[in-house]
Design a protein around this ligand. Structure first.
Ligand code: GLC
Length: 620
């Protein structure tokens, strides 16, 4: 231990040295086990990481040390019902980082406590996958501002109680990133940062089990690079080069980046495309166990130097692969604090299209509860398309074909299905698998663009589900207002082949509430903040449906049960009082947290109008 303390500068106050020593004592065992699972020489890697952590700890601004203390006193800050997230492109929301700061009052008025700004570090020139092809992780995109602006933004957001979440693209860098430039110039150290394959036969052996992420505009997973005179692994676009995390230099580089931006006041790192960072021959090269060891290693480094920092896993994977990102088995409580509940998102849209909750109930009931110190990110839409991550086994269990249902959902949300009110676009049609993903804004997918009279109620229901499931709800910019698809999405030639831009509109300078959606969202978030039952440490239990059109979500909180009831159909439905008795609610003493009143109980049942939701508890 004393060896490690040598990395601290001599002038550091004694209480800081003791704090660092205490953190090492707490976290080194986790770091060691994680490294031992991945690297041949874990002790050397550990020493390098501790040296980085010591340097960052000593350089951490006083104000952020205070934040570390406050977060250690309230480690559940992101699990609380008052926690609400918002995600936006800085340039489309506020023009630049300063402009985002100017809009912070709006976010605060919505109740937002967490802001995910889409990639804002310097990308390669367009095309750059919306900034996900980073050329320099140590500078801010010129048109958005400077590192000083970033520091000023995190500080001003923090004053309003808003934590900034930054994208950390872990799986790949731009072909123009310095590491790739050096590799292309023949530097063997940097060539070893990438997966470089000399031989086409070897590429084919890997390809045999790899799916394609962008089959349409970037087929295959490898790109021949003339400078390397070899193939380089490119899971996404040909200009996004996958880095090789089995090389400890790569881990140390990224650890250093986490520490750097943590000291700029970033509080949450979104670990982009994390499912892909470890490759194993003969597999899909997603969700490998080492992914979780690597996350654990990064997280321990952050815990040592800047424990206010939380990690959010972006793993858009099948339902059965999701849970390990919040920590299962030996990684329990040691990996990401937050992870996207992709399965819930998909099931929300599936329920609306089919007007049935059977599949969603079955699939969600199969997921174990998340570790009590973590939270799902619950969301209806994000900047990406919707891929129909519906498990064939789940579909078969309720007697439908997975393929058939996924196909129905694509037809429905592209507006092709007779009677559909959705106005989405097909993204990345895959001729080999028949997959068709969907782009579109929440409002356009929910019927507002088509003029469906029930669209507002549908949007309200979707938000109620997302805010009431338990977890940290994140609203995608504009969805709180019901912004429609952007008809001009393809005008920018750099976007023209990527229709995800259809649901990435520019936020109007003046926010107006044309459809009443904003008022609904505000009321919903206020109701959520006042509902302690929604703390994410209390798991959501999806009940067996009693009515095929009503999803029932129970939360057994120490204050008493809360039953979330969601009618996914366009007609009135009800919740029989027997269910209330079963879960411990007294039908004569009911309080609907969403309306603030007692619910309508008619003929021995709680009545739910078309697309109605209720959060039933006993009165305070
Ligand atoms: C993530 C991002 C997506 C991007 C991909 C590659 O999935 O959400 O927008 O295309 O990573 O970085």
């Amino acid at each position: 231990m004393s060896d490690h303390l040598q990395h601290l500068p001599p002038g550091l106050p004694e209480h800081r040295r003791r704090l660092f020593a205490a953190r090492l004592e707490r976290w080194l065992p986790d770091l060691d086990t994680a490294l031992a699972a991945v690297y041949d020489d874990p002790a050397t890697v550990r020493d390098r990481l501790v040296a980085l952590a010591a340097r960052a700890f000593a350089a951490r601004p006083e104000e952020l040390h205070d934040l570390d203390l406050r977060r250690s006193l309230a480690p559940d800050w992101f699990q609380r019902p008052e926690a609400v997230g918002y995600a936006a492109y800085a340039e489309r929301f506020g023009g630049d980082l300063r402009g985002v700061g100017e809009r912070a009052a709006y976010l605060e008025s919505l109740g937002v406590t967490y802001l995910h700004l889409m990639p804002l570090l310097t990308p390669r020139p367009a095309p750059n996958d919306g900034g996900y092809a980073v050329q320099d992780y140590r500078s801010v995109r010129e048109d958005l501002g400077t590192l000083d602006d970033l520091v000023a933004l995190t500080a001003s957001l923090r004053e309003r109680g808003i934590s900034l979440c930054l994208d950390l693209v872990l799986n790949h860098v731009a072909r123009e990133h310095e590491w790739a430039v050096r590799a292309r110039a023949g530097d063997p150290t940097y060539r070893a940062y990438f997966h470089v394959l000399e031989d086409r036969a070897e590429v084919d052996t890997w390809e045999a089990t790899l799916p394609e992420v962008f089959p349409d505009f970037a087929p295959g997973n490898f790109t021949f690079d003339p400078d390397l005179d070899a193939y380089v692994w490119t899971t996404f676009n040909d200009y996004q080069w996958d880095v090789d995390w089995s090389n400890p230099d790569v881990l140390c580089e990224y650890a250093d980046l986490v520490l750097l931006h943590a000291n700029h006041g970033v509080e949450v790192f979104r670990l982009d495309a994390i499912a892909f960072i470890h490759k194993r021959l003969g597999t899909s090269c997603q969700n490998q166990p080492e992914v979780h060891d690597l996350t654990q290693a990064l997280r321990t480094v952050a815990r040592i130097a800047c424990p206010a920092v939380a990690f959010k896993a972006e793993a858009i994977v099948g339902p059965q692969d999701l849970m390990p990102y919040l920590g299962t088995g030996r990684h329990h409580g040691k990996v990401s604090d937050l992870a996207y509940h992709n399965s819930l998102m998909v099931q929300v849209w599936s329920m609306l299209a089919s007007r049935e909750v059977g599949l969603a109930s079955h699939a969600l009931r199969r997921l174990p509860p998340p570790p009590s110190t973590t939270a799902w990110i619950t969301y209806a839409r994000c900047h990406d398309d919707i891929g129909w991550a519906i498990d064939d086994g789940d579909a078969a269990a309720i007697g439908v074909s997975g393929h058939g249902h996924r196909s129905f959902l694509s037809d429905f949300y592209s507006g092709d299905f007779p009677g559909s009110w959705a106005r989405g676009l097909v993204f990345q049609e895959n001729a080999a698998t028949g997959d068709r993903r969907i782009s579109g804004s929440l409002a356009s997918l929910a019927g507002l663009e088509a003029g469906d009279p029930l669209a507002r109620a549908r949007i309200r229901l979707v938000h109620a589900l997302v805010a009431g499931f338990g977890g940290l709800p994140v609203i995608w910019m504009g969805d709180e207002l019901g912004l429609l698809n952007d008809p001009c999405w393809a005008d920018d030639p750099a976007h023209a082949d990527d229709n995800r831009w259809v649901h990435r509109p520019v936020m109007p300078a003046e926010v107006t509430d044309e459809h009443g959606v904003l008022a609904d969202t505000r009321a919903l978030l206020a109701a959520r903040a006042a509902t302690p039952h929604l703390h994410a440490a209390t798991p959501a239990e999806v009940l067996e449906p009693r009515d095929p059109g009503v999803l029932l979500v129970l939360r057994r909180h120490p204050l008493g049960p809360m039953l979330g009831c969601y009618n996914v159909t366009d007609g009135p439905r009800h919740v029989p009082v027997e269910v209330l008795h079963e879960v411990g609610l007294d039908p004569a003493r009911l309080h609907d947290r969403l309306t603030g009143h007692a619910p309508l109980v008619r003929g021995g049942a709680v009545a739910l109008p078309a697309y109605g939701a209720a959060w039933l508890t006993t009165p305070d």
